[in-house]
Design a protein around this ligand. Structure first.
Ligand SMILES: Cc1cc2nc3c(=O)[nH]c(=O)nc-3n(C[C@H](O)[C@H](O)[C@H](O)COP(=O)(O)OP(=O)(O)OC[C@H]3O[C@@H](n4cnc5c(N)ncnc54)[C@H](O)[C@@H]3O)c2cc1C
Length: 417
């Protein structure tokens, strides 16, 4: 089933009876060449690129709940390539380029909207850091524009520019950044993978990873044992638990990150704005809700809901920067589990057990990474070699200390990234 304007018209005129399910609901087979654990954005994208780029289709994605029910459907949908450090810089640049052709490629509307991302700065020191970051982005081939205070005012006049503690000095604007419809991304990749023969198996929790003589041989699941030559672990907030099934201890802590949405309002905020001195960022969804969030709850937890101190902190920061939003009513808040690494950068690597591969540590920034991560992880699984864009996401950097990518400059503490 292909989507097109003509098709919508025809279905509209014939009672919408021709639409079919986006993907099959197959029973798990006893064996596959490749099993991907986790049907989130990264797992589905990996399966899609394994099929599309490497011609492999004897693949199953095993998802313990439903497709897209994890963080891929719980995030605030910001997509950007404004990282400063080698390693991250080329990877997110690669990912953004994949985003830019994604809808045509998947024939699916993921509502990718390049409405720009504006990071504010509030001191001379922050301006210097923004200049440095902007230069790194431009060197990488991406876009960055340094705005002074008046430039920011022209773009977002409703900020409190002179708030007493953190007056706005200017901002680093990234025009190709923006947002996308989060769960549509999962659905688009799922549909594309299914069309290429990948089995997407929901309600199938992996409860064991079988290893014999140092090589993976398959997985145990709530729907029976499945043999596999290669297994990829892509389970975001559950990475430590699932890797432990293979006897591994990962350098990851899991924390909760919350987000909030208001009632639908008329178009008001046409870009993404982040507060440089407070934990607050905001955009407006296509339905009209103001979507915003802040920092993680600072304690380690597997609960997908947060606590009130973080709520209060985000609301205070929002009111400081943008007092007008005090009039909007918050409809919902929710949380997701973040797999935080000690340097805040991810891992895409072999796991040290033959045939077992690891993709994790995306912290609170893995939505924008979905295309790049799937593309690079598929390359690693299919060829055994790291993709050039993700070559620095090595697991052993946390053992050797070589190649640490501390983007935030906060040191080796998971919850500070
Ligand atoms: C509130 C919030 C805001 C965020 N905002 C942004 C943002 O603006 N921009 C950005 O880039 N990133 C953002 N993120 C981060 C982003 O959502 C995540 O980094 C990313 O979605 C994680 O990858 P995923 O999509 O594969 O994860 P998930 O969707 O969580 O996929 C992992 C899947 O693995 C499954 N699983 C777990 N254990 C097992 C098992 N044993 N067997 C089988 N399946 C299993 C889970 O059910 C889940 O579906 C945000 C996250 C949150 C929570």
């Amino acid at each position: 089933m292909r989507f097109s304007g003509l098709r919508v018209l025809r279905e509209g005129l014939t009672g919408n009876r021709g639409w079919t399910a986006h993907w099959r609901d197959p029973e798990p087979r006893p064996a596959y060449d490749i099993v991907i654990i986790g049907g989130g954005g990264h797992g589905l994208a990996t399966a899609y690129y394994l099929a599309r780029e490497h011609g492999l289709s004897n693949i199953a994605v095993l998802e313990k709940g439903y497709l897209g029910g994890g963080n891929v459907g719980r995030n605030t949908t910001i997509v950007r390539a404004n990282y400063g450090l080698p390693g991250n810089s080329e990877f997110y640049s690669h990912s953004l380029k994949l985003w830019e052709g994604l809808e045509q490629e998947l024939n699916f509307n993921v509502m990718h909207s390049q409405r720009g991302v504006l990071n504010l700065f509030h001191s001379d020191g922050q301006r210097d850091a923004s200049v440095r970051r902007g230069n790194a982005m431009v060197n990488q081939g991406d876009d960055a524009i340094l705005l002074d205070r008046e430039g920011v005012r022209r773009m977002v006049p409703y900020l409190d520019f002179d708030n007493a503690r953190f007056p706005v000095y200017g901002g680093l604007y990234h025009p190709r950044g923006g947002t996308a419809r989060h769960d549509a991304v999962a659905w688009g990749y799922a549909r594309g993978a299914d069309q290429r023969g990948v089995d997407l198996i929901q309600n199938c929790e992996v409860t064991g990873i079988d290893v014999e003589n140092g090589a993976v041989t398959g997985v145990q699941t709530t729907r029976g044992a499945i043999r596999a030559k290669k297994v990829g672990i892509v389970v975001a907030g559950r990475s430590s638990q699932v890797a432990a099934l293979a006897g591994m201890r990962l350098p990851i802590e899991s924390h909760v990150l919350q987000a909030f949405v208001t009632e639908g309002l008329k178009p008001l905020i046409d870009t993404v704005v982040t507060f440089g001195m407070g934990h607050f960022y905001i955009s407006q969804s296509d339905k009209g809700g103001l979507v915003f969030g802040g920092d993680i709850d600072m304690y380690a937890s597997y609960a997908a809901r947060g606590n009130l101190p973080a709520v209060e902190h985000v609301m205070e920061a929002g009111m400081t920067l943008m007092p007008m939003i005090g009039k909007a009513r918050v409809l919902r808040s929710w949380g997701g589990i973040m797999d935080m690494t000690p340097d805040g950068s991810p891992i895409i690597d072999k796991a040290g057990i033959d045939g077992l591969f690891l993709n994790c540590g995306w912290c609170y920034g893995g939505f924008k990474a979905v295309p790049g991560s799937g593309h690079c992880f598929a390359h690693l699984i299919a060829t055994g070699q790291p993709h050039a864009a993700a070559a620095q996401f090595r697991l052993d950097r946390f053992r050797t200390g070589v190649g640490i990518m501390d983007e935030e400059g906060t040191g080796a503490q998971h919850n500070l990234h």
